[in-house]
Design a protein around this ligand. Structure first.
Ligand SMILES: [Zn+2]
Length: 272
């Protein structure tokens, strides 16, 4: 979370499925579901629509050792299926309401129930959120705590009160709140986010020794996070075939935020 998702074209297998008489979301066969999943993964550059982790990934079943949740990614309805009328099968199958998420089960938060330690779709379930990960408006409200010494380092924050509540922006105070729908400040997610910033700081320190942290260099790093710049090898769960696609880097939201701020402050220094 959370860079806007830019949708590509719906895969032809999915179009074919949803235009069949009596078709519904749940009646899709394995092939059309897989075509849908791969297409969503490619749109999103193989990162979760909400938390920005690399997907597909295996998450452990909380509270158990050597046991994993069955799914390595989940197709998520932004507007939940139960919000559509029974007769509105096309609504439930709308490509623009579908995204792909991580399994949402990284680690149990001490003192918090398993259910409330979940994040992303696993915590959201059939609930409504009042924003769309497809809209650029949400990005404008988001910021991150990038000070590595801050106890809440890596936290995501929104200037919009409703979004802030629904993404779990208030952190520790709201793990138990039912209005925290996505739980994006789960401690493990915060740690992963701040480690991206630490990595950037580390490479800046190496450059600084040679006095080489320039705006141009920072902009080059920024572009690596903005675009699908890394190869990802995807194995089809249907037949095990492997193919390489272009992917985004994980947790790129905080990286883009941090680098943009750095570039802005360096440009100001240059001017003064
Ligand atoms: Zn996620």
């Amino acid at each position: 979370m959370m860079k806007r998702i830019i949708k590509g074209q719906e895969p032809s297998e999915w179009t074919y499925h949803r235009l069949q008489p009596q078709a519904d979301y749940d009646s899709a066969d394995a092939e059309s579901k897989e075509a849908l999943r791969l297409s969503l993964l490619r749109d999103q550059g193989f990162v979760c629509a909400y938390c920005g982790r690399r997907i597909p990934c295996r998450d452990s079943k909380m509270g158990q050792t050597d046991s994993y949740v069955p799914e390595t990614s989940k197709i998520e309805h932004i507007i939940p299926q139960n919000a559509f009328a029974d007769t509105d099968a096309l609504g439930r199958m709308d490509y623009h309401n579908l995204v792909v998420c991580c399994p949402g089960s990284v680690k149990r938060i001490p003192g918090i129930s398993i259910e409330k330690s979940m994040h992303c779709d696993s915590r959201k379930k059939n609930r409504m959120i009042h924003f769309s990960p497809l809209s650029s408006d949400i990005e404008k409200t988001l910021s991150y705590i990038t000070n590595t010494k801050d106890p809440r380092a890596g936290a995501i924050i929104s200037s919009d009160e409703t979004i802030m509540t629904e993404i779990g922006g208030c952190g520790d105070k709201c793990y138990n709140s039912n209005d925290n729908i996505l739980n994006l400040n789960h401690p493990t997610l915060r740690e992963s986010r701040i480690s991206v910033v630490k990595g950037i700081i580390q490479s800046m320190k190496i450059r600084e020794k040679k006095n080489k942290v320039t705006i141009e260099w920072l902009e080059k790093i920024l572009r690596q996070y903005e675009n699908k710049t890394i190869p990802y090898s995807y194995v089809s769960p249907l037949d095990g075939t492997q193919k390489t696609y272009e992917a985004y880097m994980e947790f790129r939201g905080i990286a883009i935020y941090y680098l943009t701020k750095k570039i802005r402050s360096l440009s100001k220094q240059k001017l003064s």
